[in-house]
Write a new protein. Structure first.
Lengths: 111, 113
């Protein structure tokens, strides 16, 4: 079956703009979680959604938000972009018993 | 709260020699633990998982890990390194009743010919 699909793969934005990233989980998976990967901070948890409800949120400012739709697809939004938001954003779907599958990520560059 | 500590930021081995990547965990309950690999400019690939079944877990590409509760360790091993094993490896623990993942800081594995 198809894996986790993230779009777009690459984005270049200007400081102050906003951006929306999309994640389509593996068919049948109801849980989607998001992570930010940077060279300095490593992989950090952003949010987790299950059946359209946010179950957990990481320690990120309110400029970072997300949502999940009834078909389990998820989006995350970053408003008022800062240079420090440049990162690889990864999403995952699955559950502990079966393991988690990650998408290829969206590489965001803020200039 | 759970956490994982990867004891080595870099490990270098020669092709054909054993690989050992060390991970200690902290958890107030029986954890679910994972090892993921990330090749340059790629996403994360699941190598293996421990979810309270057999303590010796076999994964893909010849990797395996042993869950040792007494030592709170989950070290990753491979008998014979291959050049294609050169990558970043992450030890990961998942939260209780959630799918939130907590990552270690990663170990970069170099394999020399």
């Amino acid at each position: 079956k198809a894996g986790v699909t993230q779009t777009p793969r690459y984005l270049i934005k200007t400081r102050g703009q906003q951006v929306t990233l999309s994640c389509s989980p593996i068919s049948g998976h109801r849980s989607v979680s998001w992570y930010q990967q940077t060279p300095g901070q490593g992989l950090q948890f952003l949010f987790e959604y299950f059946s359209e409800t946010q179950r957990n949120k990481g320690n990120f400012p309110g400029r970072f938000s997300g949502r999940q739709f009834s078909n389990s697809r998820s989006e995350m939004n970053v408003s008022t972009l800062e240079l420090g938001d440049s990162a690889l954003y990864l999403c995952a779907s699955g559950e502990a018993g079966y393991g988690y599958t990650f998408g290829s990520g969206t590489r965001l560059t803020v200039v | 709260a759970q956490s994982v500590t990867q004891l080595d930021s870099h490990v270098s081995v020669s092709e054909g020699t054993p690989v050992l990547l060390r991970c200690n965990y902290s958890s107030s309950y029986s954890p679910s633990l994972f090892w993921y690999v990330q090749h340059p400019n790629k996403g994360l690939q699941l190598l293996l998982k421990y979810t309270s079944a057999a303590t010796l877990v076999k994964g893909i590409n010849g990797f395996e890990a042993e869950f040792k509760k007494s030592e709170t360790s989950f070290h990753l091993t491979k008998p014979s390194a291959h050049m294609s094993d050169a990558a970043e490896y992450f030890c990961v623990v998942s939260g209780r009743d959630t799918d939130k993942l907590i990552f270690g800081t990663g170990t970069r594995l170099q394999v020399f010919p």
